[in-house]
Structure formats: structure tokens, C-alpha cells
Design a protein around this ligand. Structure first.
Ligand SMILES: *[C@@H]1O[C@H](CO)[C@@H](O)[C@H](O)[C@H]1NC(C)=O
Ligand SMILES: *[C@@H]1O[C@H](CO)[C@@H](O)[C@H](O)[C@H]1NC(C)=O
Ligand SMILES: *[C@@H]1O[C@H](CO)[C@@H](O)[C@H](O)[C@H]1NC(C)=O
Ligand SMILES: *[C@@H]1O[C@H](CO)[C@@H](O)[C@H](O)[C@H]1NC(C)=O
Length: 314
């Protein structure tokens, strides 16, 4: 994807502007420990008892708590998502963003991007003020399997809805381990949906942003403003994305070599699910990719991504 050639870092863009106030694209501090050792299937029945409390070892497949466990939710129960101030140890999801950025409604989980408070100035293809928006993690992990996000996203140039698998940890020597497998609904056009992977290597002179992204078609209802089922199946050899039950893209580990170095995510790491909507107007390359910057004179005051269901098959 040619627009994303330099200095683009959607995940960190989001994190740095709305959550952690670190510099653009800089590695952020070791994440707050979150009880991670969840048996996803047990959420179906056990909502109110304590689960085990294994500490977060550095990600890896060795930990039995990080195996794939079947899971399904339609977000009918408000306790499916713990807010950022409460204990997430008995919930499958935890919000990273404030409670006003999302709601559990009869449509499912609604995630919002709100108009920024105060004035917004646009220059050089960017806005100087970004809207606050929702990011929600799973508290459970997968080391392989298939996740399906049934979701819709408002179409607004500059806005991105993201349904991804991720692990991001800064280890003691300061090195950042990042693994990402993405489905993104991007404000440059609602007739396609995008796939991407990201796994920087220490050997890279520069991170390869946008090296592996593609735009995919819909078999029917060609707009991401209607609900579609986006799936990611993955194991240590390949990743298959699908939409509405049809395979769309396969990438194998051997397809990810750049200068002899593999960039294949999730091979040795367990990943979390992450759902979000974000304002892509904060950096020029990102904003161009996202069709932005957002024009708040014409955009709705509240832009919505809706997740009707999430399933994990193993
Ligand atoms: C997870 O829960 C399922 C269903 O309750 C159970 O069969 C399975 O043994 C559990 N796995 C672990 C690792 O606790
Ligand atoms: C659950 O854990 C909390 C501390 O995290 C503890 O105070 C509480 O007693 C525990 N409840 C049960 C039922 O074990
Ligand atoms: C969870 O583990 C931490 C770190 O070992 C410990 O301090 C805490 O008391 C534990 N909580 C429970 C409920 O076991
Ligand atoms: C959410 O997931 C990201 C990516 O692994 C991680 O860096 C962050 O600490 C997680 N936050 C919570 C609250 O789970």
C-alpha cells in the first residue's frame, strides 16, 4: 500500500494520542499487568467467581493459559466489557478507553469516536486535535485458531475501524515485541476492507509499515457500513482472512521474508483480540491512508463502529 511508506504507526498513533501520551510511534512502557490467564470458554458460564491469577510471563506458547479456547459473545451482557477503572479479572474484555467511548446496546457493542473537544485546525493533511475513541482488548489469549468479528463501521474519511489480533510488549532491554494481524475498515473508501500484518524485526533498518497490506472485496453488500463477518485463521505457518464465510487472502510465513528476515506475526507469541475505532488524522501518511483528515464541519459528532458478535473457534 504505497501511501504507508514512512513514519506511520497506526497502533502507536492511537495509543500515544489517546492513552499514554507518549511520542508518536515511540515504544511505550511495559503495559500494566492485566490478569491474562483466562479460559475463554469458561466465561460462558462462570461470570462471578475468581479465575486463576498467573502472572504475565513474557508471551509465548509455553503457557497453557494461552492456548486457543472456544468463545462466543453477542455482547448482550454489560459485564462482557470491564471499564478501564474496574477489575477485568472476570470479564472477557477490558476497555482501554474511558467508559463514554463505548456502550453495550441492543445492537451489540458500540464503539465511538467523538468529535474532539475544542477547536480543530487542519494543516498539511493533518488535524491538530484528535477525537477520543474506543479501544477494547480481550483479557484472554490465543496461540492459534480462528476469530470472527461480526461488525459494521460508519464511513467517514479519516476514520479507521480496527478488528485485530495483537501482542505488544516492551521487554527489559527496551526492545519492543510487536505482533499484529489486522482487519481494518479505512475511511479512504467503504467498498473494500483491508488486511495487514505487522511484526517488526530488530534486523530492520526501518519498520516496514504497510508492506503487507491489501484491499479486499466483499462478495455481497459491498460496503463496510453494513454488517459483515471478518475472520482471521492463523497458526504458526499461515494466516487466512475471510469475509462472510469466504476466504479472501492467505499469507504464509515464507511470504513474509524481507532481506532474509521473516515478519510473520503470532508464530511464537500468543495474541489478544483488540477492537477499536480511531481518528487517523494525526500524522500525514496515516491520514492520507485513512482518507483524512476528518472534516469535523461535516462529520457526525459521534462516529460508530458496532460489533454484533465475536467468536473464537479452535
Ligand atoms: C477450559 O474450560 C473448558 C470448559 O469449561 C474445560 O473443558 C477445559 O478443560 C478448560 N481448560 C483449561 C486449560 O482450564
Ligand atoms: C477474588 O479475588 C479478590 C482479590 O483479587 C479477593 O479479595 C476475593 O476474596 C476473591 N474472591 C473469591 C471468591 O475467591
Ligand atoms: C495475583 O498475583 C499477584 C502477583 O503474584 C499477587 O500479588 C496477588 O495477590 C494475586 N492475587 C490473587 C487474587 O491471587
Ligand atoms: C491491550 O493489548 C495491548 C497489546 O498487547 C497491550 O499493550 C495493552 O497493555 C493491553 N491493555 C490492557 C488493558 O489489556
Amino acid at each position: 500500500m504505497p501511501a504507508l511508506t514512512h513514519n506511520i504507526c497506526p497502533l502507536f498513533l492511537f495509543l500515544s494520542f489517546t492513552l499514554l501520551s507518549f511520542g508518536f510511534c515511540s515504544p511505550y512502557a511495559r503495559p500494566t499487568e492485566v490478569p491474562a490467564s483466562k479460559n475463554a470458554s469458561s466465561y460462558q458460564t462462570i461470570q462471578h467467581s475468581n479465575h486463576s491469577n498467573a502472572s504475565e510471563s513474557i508471551h509465548g506458547r509455553g503457557n497453557s493459559d494461552r492456548h486457543c479456547q472456544p468463545f462466543y459473545t453477542t455482547f448482550s451482557d454489560p459485564s462482557t466489557v470491564a471499564d478501564s477503572n474496574s477489575d477485568p479479572s472476570n470479564t472477557p474484555f477490558v476497555a482501554l478507553s474511558p467508559p463514554e467511548t463505548y456502550a453495550i446496546t441492543s445492537n451489540g457493542l458500540e464503539m465511538y469516536l467523538q468529535r474532539p473537544k475544542g477547536e480543530v485546525h487542519s494543516a498539511n493533511g493533518m488535524n491538530d486535535n484528535l477525537g477520543e475513541a474506543a479501544t477494547i482488548n480481550s483479557t484472554f489469549w490465543m496461540d492459534s485458531g480462528k476469530v470472527t468479528y461480526e461488525a459494521s463501521c460508519d464511513y467517514v474519511p479519516g476514520v479507521v475501524c480496527a478488528f485485530i489480533l495483537i501482542d505488544a510488549v516492551q521487554v527489559s532491554d527496551g526492545e519492543l515485541h510487536l505482533d499484529e494481524i489486522d482487519v481494518e475498515l479505512v475511511g479512504s473508501g467503504s467498498a473494500r476492507w483491508q488486511t495487514n500484518i505487522f511484526k517488526p524485526s530488530k534486523a530492520d533498518p526501518e519498520p516496514h509499515y504497510g508492506q503487507f497490506d491489501t484491499k479486499e472485496q466483499y462478495p455481497q453488500n459491498p460496503s463496510y457500513t453494513s454488517f459483515h463477518k471478518y475472520s482471521i485463521s492463523w497458526d504458526s505457518e499461515k494466516i487466512v482472512w475471510g469475509v462472510d464465510g469466504q476466504d479472501a487472502r492467505t499469507i504464509r510465513k515464507e511470504d513474509t521474508y524481507i532481506n532474509g528476515v521473516p515478519h510473520f506475526p503470532g508464530e511464537s507469541d500468543s495474541l489478544r483480540l483488540q477492537l477499536g475505532i480511531w481518528d487517523g488524522s494525526g500524522a500525514e501518511g496515516t491520514s492520507t491512508w485513512a482518507g483524512g483528515p476528518v472534516n469535523w464541519d461535516t462529520a457526525p459528532q459521534k462516529i460508530v463502529a458496532t460489533v454484533r458478535s465475536v467468536s473464537v473457534e479452535c
